[in-house]
Write a protein that binds this ligand. Structure first.
Ligand code: ZN
Length: 140
């Protein structure tokens, strides 16, 4: 795995959390993206090589809404970049890691993504991602 790309944080109200993290990080530039397939609105703060990804649900039945319902707001996942997501999934599978996504799917930032099950990673939800095209984001 090449680098930590972002830490995903589940939030209830994206606008409130963008205001909060702007003050916390003292960063005004925010990138916004909607991922329809995941029913989420995202806001990214760039911090050097990595980002903070605020994730809010657009639907009470979405996985993020369920996560917040069960565990409250907070750190949701760590995302690591890889060169070849298919090869990495095969490696992780053969090394005994439990996969949530057997196949990569489209995620934010022009990435293919896949999640590992936190049961096999000390309770940490791990995302791996491979960039396939530039992100489609609005800057504010
Ligand atoms: Zn992510």
């Amino acid at each position: 795995m090449k680098r930590l790309t972002h830490v995903g944080i589940a939030v209830k109200n994206l606008k409130d959390s963008v205001d909060l993290f702007s003050r916390l990080l003292q960063i005004d530039e925010v990138e916004h993206e909607v991922v329809q397939s995941q029913r989420v609105n995202l806001a990214f703060f760039r911090l050097g090589e990595a980002s903070i990804e605020l994730t809010a649900s657009t639907d009470p039945e979405s996985p993020i809404a369920k996560f917040i319902g069960k565990r409250g707001e907070g750190v949701h996942h760590l995302s690591f970049e890889v060169d070849d997501i298919e090869a990495e999934l095969a490696r992780l599978r053969s090394d005994g890691f439990q996969l949530i996504d057997e196949k990569p799917r489209a995620g934010a930032g022009g990435h293919l993504i896949a999640f590992l099950h936190p049961k096999s990673t000390n309770g940490v939800l791990v995302e791996i991602c491979q960039r396939i095209h530039p992100p489609d984001r609005k800057h504010t």
